[in-house]
Design a protein. Structure first.
Length: 282
């Protein structure tokens, strides 16, 4: 996350929120106290979910920064496969029309049920419950300014190509597309594979569950460039971050990740998390 996050006063965010409620578009990045904004939203979740949402602030803040810096003035954002996460809520709170499409069949939704989505509805996020891979998007052409897909594609059991084709039809000319997911060839996996450890999922999650919801295929940098070419994106950028290390159950890994993160960012192919950012041709 850039060092600009969390440096603006809360008053600045309040003024931005007041203005965007009226104008219905995203404020400038510099106007927002991101950490305060996201922490406030996280604490509104049902109590069992608050801690996990607070733990995602750095990641969601970075993803919000991508959108606000890459698509200033965006009015409509559609988040695909975002589940109960707070990213679309943050966008809606900042004045955008936010649409969330997901089948909501992950264990966290079954555990917490409808209350997990009450906050989305309170912030007027438009929630569409559907399997976007099986049923498609069904959105009017050239009506969306920004599409985001964070940590979802690797769970899909069919090719994402039809979904991406529908994204390009619904995206406005010049619109922004952001795709993120775990890197199948990050530095940690390259090392642990030498010691015989390379599983993406627990055996029980794959073998015993009625329906497998784990990772089917994780991309690497070349995969993302392939997708960008197929979608005919322009201004393509690939960024690397290391959220997996920050969330590691091992304290030592969590401690050293911030120090190695800045170095690994120079080589996204070694990072734990990859971001593809591009635009539809104007």
């Amino acid at each position: 996350m850039s060092n600009e996050l969390g440096t603006s006063p809360m008053d600045g965010m309040g003024q931005a929120m007041k203005r965007t409620t009226m104008d219905r578009f995203a404020p400038r990045w510099e106007e927002i106290d991101v950490r305060g904004h996201l922490a406030s939203i996280a604490r509104e979740y049902p109590e069992p979910l608050v801690e996990s949402q607070l733990g995602s602030i750095d990641r969601v803040g970075f993803e919000l920064e991508i959108v606000l810096r890459s698509a200033p003035g965006a009015r409509t954002l559609c988040d695909l496969g975002g589940g109960i996460g707070m990213f679309p809520i943050a966008c809606a709170a900042l004045g955008m029309r936010a649409i969330l499409i997901d089948d909501f069949r992950d264990p966290v939704y079954f555990e917490h049920g409808q209350p997990a989505l009450e906050l989305h509805k309170r912030y007027r996020v438009e929630v569409l419950m559907r399997d976007l891979v099986e049923e498609g998007l069904d959105l009017p052409p050239e009506t969306i300014d920004v599409f985001t897909i964070f940590d979802s594609m690797e769970h899909w059991h069919h090719s994402p190509k039809p979904v991406f084709a529908a994204v390009m039809r619904a995206l406005r000319p010049g619109g922004l597309f952001v795709l993120a997911g775990p890197n199948c060839a990050n530095l940690r996996k390259r090392i642990t594979l030498l010691f015989g450890r390379g599983k993406w999922s627990a055996m029980q999650d794959w073998y015993d569950a009625p329906r497998f919801r784990g990772h089917v295929r994780e991309p690497d940098v070349e995969d993302l460039r392939y997708i960008a070419r197929d979608m005919d994106l322009t201004q393509v950028r690939i960024l690397g971050r290391n959220w997996a290390g920050r969330a590691s159950p091992r304290r030592l890994i969590r401690m050293i990740t911030p120090f190695v993160d800045s170095i690994l960012r120079l080589r996204p192919s070694l990072c734990s998390d990859l971001y593809l950012i591009g635009n539809k041709r104007a």
